[in-house]
Design a protein around this ligand. Structure first.
Ligand code: ZN
Ligand code: ZN
Ligand code: ZN
Ligand code: ZN
Length: 313
């Protein structure tokens, strides 16, 4: 009980200050509001918790409902609980929690990825929109082929790939990689591999795998950039595979690891090698896959005059 009362006091404190502010027509809203939060001693997480629906834990947006005893619930959950307050089991009725709606409306909050480095502050209702695309939101583990649930920033994921997935790590922007598989006909057992390259101060994931493209067994190699889409566009990469006077070349832009491995694969955004061709490139008796894939990662330089990307040679 004591804790709840304390939080209610804090809310009032914010509300009052917000009202004062609204009437003063200041141009320094953000600074002032931030100051207000600090002077009232509210950690942004307390406010977050208060505006979380106790049932689904999503943030509540108007109409926010409450029972006769003051337990709040979001409008989505309200339709699901058959008019019973999930907290006290009393009849729910149709009471809006206008105070909380008003608090939400007038509040500026830190991005939920504040602790991960996002400095931005948003009006309550603009926050979800930002958070969905916030550059500081954690990345999913780029390791494919397992349902790895690890998320984090890039340095943490690099450590995770090294320690937990035992991924091959390489330094440098050119590579020469051999993929060997003894039973290449077992394409359903999609062999896939991940190699991580460190160059230009960034990390890139080279994927190689086998899958069925329609009815045709293929191999595919592609690169993903460990960072955001906007930064991925600063790089290009080339892949080559061949033998016996034939060669396949792929030139592309690495995809951000924000795009799932599966999404990139299904968009065929990489070097695709038909299995027959792959076995031809492997030489020998076509019983073993022995592909040598060479590649390079390049950094593009933005040409300020023309506004187009030219290779930085
Ligand atoms: Zn809910
Ligand atoms: Zn209740
Ligand atoms: Zn953010
Ligand atoms: Zn992982």
């Amino acid at each position: 009980m004591g804790e709840i009362e304390m939080e209610m006091e804090n809310i009032e404190c914010v509300t009052e200050d917000e009202e004062i502010q609204r009437h003063s027509h200041t141009h320094h809203q953000y600074t002032l509001k931030q100051h207000t939060l600090i002077s009232c001693g509210i950690a942004p997480t307390n406010v977050h918790e208060l505006l979380e629906c106790p049932v689904c834990t999503n943030f509540m947006y108007p109409p926010i409902h409450q029972c006769h005893n003051g337990h709040t619930i979001c409008s989505t959950c309200k339709t699901r609980v058959h008019n019973r307050c999930p907290t006290c089991r009393q009849e729910l009725g149709d009471i809006r929690c206008l105070a909380l709606e008003k608090v939400a409306e007038s509040m500026d909050l830190h991005c939920r990825y504040y602790a991960l480095g996002c400095p931005d502050i948003f009006p309550y209702y603009n926050k979800p929109k930002h958070e969905a695309v916030c550059n500081f939101r954690p990345y999913n583990c780029p390791y494919a082929g397992s349902e790895c649930l690890v998320t984090g920033d890039i340095p943490c994921l690099v450590t995770h790939l090294k320690d937990d997935h035992k991924v091959d790590m390489h330094t440098g922007c050119t590579f020469n990689h051999r993929y060997v598989k003894s039973n290449p006909r077992e394409v359903e057992n999609a062999t896939w591999m991940l190699t991580v390259f460190h160059c230009f101060g960034h990390y890139f994931c080279l994927h190689f795998e086998a899958f069925m493209l329609g009815m045709a067994p293929v191999y595919m190699a592609f690169l993903r950039y460990m960072g955001d889409e906007s930064d991925a566009r600063n790089y290009t990469y080339g892949l080559e595979v061949g033998a016996n006077g034939r060669k396949l070349i792929w030139e592309g832009t690495p995809r951000s690891i924000r795009d799932s491995h599966r999404k990139v694969r299904d968009s065929h955004d990489g070097l695709i090698i038909q299995r027959n061709m792959a076995l031809f490139f492997s030489g020998g008796d076509r019983k073993e896959l022995k592909l040598r894939v060479t590649g390079r990662i390049c950094k593009e330089q933005q040409n300020a005059d023309v506004g187009v990307c030219i290779p930085n040679l």
